[in-house]
Write a protein that binds this ligand. Structure first.
Ligand SMILES: NC(=O)c1ccc[n+]([C@@H]2O[C@H](COP(=O)([O-])OP(=O)(O)OC[C@H]3O[C@@H](n4cnc5c(N)ncnc54)[C@H](OP(=O)(O)O)[C@@H]3O)[C@@H](O)[C@H]2O)c1
Length: 300
């Protein structure tokens, strides 16, 4: 019998759709009901709406994947970014306070300034460089300050999937359309497939993870340029691309963007792997899995 409810917010986003895809194969489906809400069903920035809807479905866990994720646009829309990435988190935490409801919240490597040259641990100091990063850090603070030590924050980076818009899909498209491509080579980070991240979220929900901040990636330490090279090679191998095009390394200065990105944002996932007995995901295998799903157009 389904006697508990898990709410996924941002359900039409990359991670939300992946959680929906992975749900039926997870052990949780046997005795939990999954409720999938995006902004049409529940605008998280409205405190009144959050109270009303959550009172009605009474979730025992909330996976908050909803976010304002337009990193460059956020520089012009700080209030909109803060509303979704911080106020909405406060609204969820406010409802969960005093109730038996755990929030699994997703955050980002962009809370760091990128001045490190070793992987960031969950305990390292944050110093976001962009409005998006500031708004995501503000969301973390909202959750930690009112948490009564029961909520979980997962920071992840360079998320991609077969859904929505992301670097892998953009590269594959540009590699089909262009004769050559310049890609930034002086920013280093870790690509993360929403499938490996969804696996972690479901594992945390099954196991009842200890509260706190966790880091999750697929374990690489590479530049966007190196990632593009791997995407092209795998795209050709799987027949998504007919042929390769020359890739040219660019500097961040060659490719200015409104929002400043950290030059280095590799996250140390060792606490997550040890604490949850998770198998370490492998970035090349994850890339191959997602390109296969893109190639076979299972769902986009
Ligand atoms: N994408 C990355 O590279 C990356 C990297 C590190 C961390 N993260 C974090 O990972 C999480 C999942 O990212 P994602 O790529 O799956 O995001 P996404 O595809 O942009 O999905 C976010 C979803 O939230 C919805 N949403 C926006 N405002 C809302 C509101 N007021 N109420 C309810 N829903 C709202 C969005 O709807 P609309 O599309 O209509 O706005 C969208 O469907 C986010 O917390 C993000 O900050 C992402």
């Amino acid at each position: 019998m389904n006697n508990k409810t898990i709410l996924v917010t941002g359900a039409r986003g990359q991670l939300g759709k992946t959680l929906e895809h992975c749900w039926s194969a997870s052990g949780l489906a046997a005795d939990n009901e999954l409720v999938l809400y995006d902004i049409e069903e529940l605008d998280l920035t409205s405190s009144a709406e959050v109270q009303k809807q959550l009172n009605s479905i009474n979730p025992h866990a909330i996976v908050n994947t909803a976010a304002y994720t337009a990193v460059d646009q956020a520089e012009q829309e700080a209030n909109a970014a803060l509303a979704v990435n911080a106020t909405a988190v406060a609204n969820l935490a406010g409802w969960a306070a005093g109730r038996a409801c755990t929030i699994v919240h997703i955050s980002t490597d962009f809370v760091f300034d990128g001045k490190s040259n070793t992987p960031y641990t969950p305990e390292d100091s944050t110093a976001p460089l962009s409005v998006y990063g500031v708004s995501k850090r503000a969301g973390e603070v909202q959750l930690l300050s009112g948490s009564q030590d029961k909520h979980v924050i997962i920071r992840t980076s360079w998320l991609y999937s077969e859904y929505g818009k992301n670097f892998v899909k953009t590269m594959l498209q540009l590699m089909q359309d262009k004769d050559e491509l310049g890609v930034v080579a002086d920013q280093t980070g870790s690509p993360t497939s929403t499938h490996s991240l969804a696996g972690l979220v479901l594992q945390m929900l099954s196991q009842g993870a200890k509260s706190g901040i966790y880091h999750w990636t697929d374990g690489a330490s590479i530049s966007w340029y190196e990632f593009a090279g791997a995407i092209q090679a795998e795209g050709i191998r799987q027949g998504v691309l007919e042929t390769g095009i020359p890739l040219k390394p660019l500097t961040t200065a060659d490719h200015p963007t409104p929002a400043t990105r950290p030059a280095y944002s590799v996250l140390d996932r060792s606490k997550t792997l040890a604490g949850l007995q998770m198998d370490a995901s492998n970035w090349e295998q994850e890339l191959s899995r997602v390109i296969k799903r893109i190639a076979t157009s299972i769902e986009k």
